[in-house]
Design a protein around this ligand. Structure first.
Ligand SMILES: [Zn+2]
Length: 356
């Protein structure tokens, strides 16, 4: 899977990996439902029948990565001691393999799955899941529980019981261009205005509440000797509590210019709600701890700042996230997994499917 590269925006490549994955799941007895997508890879659903016709368990993940095509040339898939390296191996192709082997093990040991299981693999998680979200939510609504195969947290493989919500905003300022020497007083600097806005939105950060505002990209100006007419900033917002979503959004919407001769446009919004540690999450975690104990593992939990599709499902069905690979370096050059943990994680997922 790692050697079939799948950057979110390369539909043909993502679909090539999708065909490979579908083949693997079909060999395990899955019925494939393809939710066709024009812009991104197809959204893939694999349905397995259960011995009892109860509400299904949803195994959730994504098969796109943040890595461009040909990353393999400089970052090949390779085994080195206890670790496997490669683009997307940790986030989250190993997680797909874990789900696959959990199902295979249950079918081999028990003859059938204890209950129906659906596996949903999204093609656009790394770019916000706008396209895949409706199907994710529809399947979550019907599910008894959602097990998210995203990477585990830390060297001991903690599951994720809380994730921050994520927002993206763009601030765009239009000023008035002028020659910096001849007509300085006729210019209205978009960069100066944007700089003041950046200071203001940065003050929206409340670390105690888990609210952070990061201006991650700025653009603006044309030449050193021109008062700049254009400037913009991309802002990443994280919130720990759903109740903070409306307030932070209102703060962005009510931004106004310091310099009345400049124009400020604010676009964007809260993209993923936070996954809060609600009672459904807590119940699943307790169950997972019991399964882990029976396997001789100690399963910790973690609250993290990154979002996943589990953020969408946690308000619709009991959700446990971070059941995928143990490793490090998601979105980083050193991305890798601990190979020896793969069968243990698959056993954990299989045990959870039985225990729920
Ligand atoms: Zn991921």
């Amino acid at each position: 899977m790692v050697e079939l590269e799948s950057p979110s925006h390369a539909k043909t490549a993502v679909d090539r990996l999708g065909t490979f994955i579908a083949d693997q799941f079909e060999q395990l007895g899955a019925t494939t439902v393809v939710h066709r997508q024009a812009k991104f890879g197809d959204q893939l659903q694999f349905d397995f029948p259960g011995a009892f016709d109860t509400r299904p368990i949803l195994l959730l993940g994504h098969y796109d990565t943040v890595w461009d095509l040909n990353t393999l040339a400089t970052m090949p898939a390779r085994l080195d001691g206890e670790r496997m390296y490669g683009p997307g191996v940790f986030d989250m192709k190993a997680g797909i393999a874990i789900g696959m082997y959990a199902i295979a093990a249950l079918r081999e040991l028990r003859g059938a799955l204890p209950r129906p299981v659906s596996v949903l693999l999204n093609p656009d998680e790394e770019v916000g899941s706008d396209v895949s979200r409706p199907v994710t939510e529809a399947l979550a609504r019907k599910a008894e529980a959602v097990l998210v195969l995203e990477p585990a947290q830390g060297a001991h493989g903690a599951v994720k019981t809380a994730r921050k919500g994520v927002g993206d905003y763009t601030l765009k300022v239009t000023g008035v261009a002028a020659h910096a020497g001849l007509d300085f007083d006729k210019g209205e600097s978009a960069i100066l205005e944007l700089a003041r806005q950046i200071r203001r939105v940065s003050e929206f950060t409340e670390l105690q509440r888990g609210v952070t505002v990061n201006v991650g990209v700025i653009r603006g100006g044309t030449r050193g000797n021109v008062v700049p007419a254009e400037a913009s900033a991309e802002v990443d917002v994280r919130i720990a509590r759903l109740e903070d979503a409306a307030a932070i959004d209102a703060k962005f919407r009510s931004l106004s210019v310091f310099n009345p001769k400049c124009l400020l446009e604010v676009s964007g919004g809260i993209n993923r709600p936070p996954m809060e540690r609600n009672s459904g999450v807590a119940r699943l975690y307790t169950l997972a701890q019991k399964v882990a104990q029976s396997l001789g593992m100690n399963l910790a939990e973690a609250a993290v700042g990154g979002g996943s599709d589990g953020n969408f499902t946690s308000v619709l069905a009991p959700t446990l996230d971070g059941l995928g690979a143990v490793g490090e370096g998601a979105h980083a050059k050193n991305e890798n997994i601990m190979v020896a943990e793969l069968p243990r994680r698959a056993a954990l997922v299989a045990g959870l499917i039985e225990a729920i």
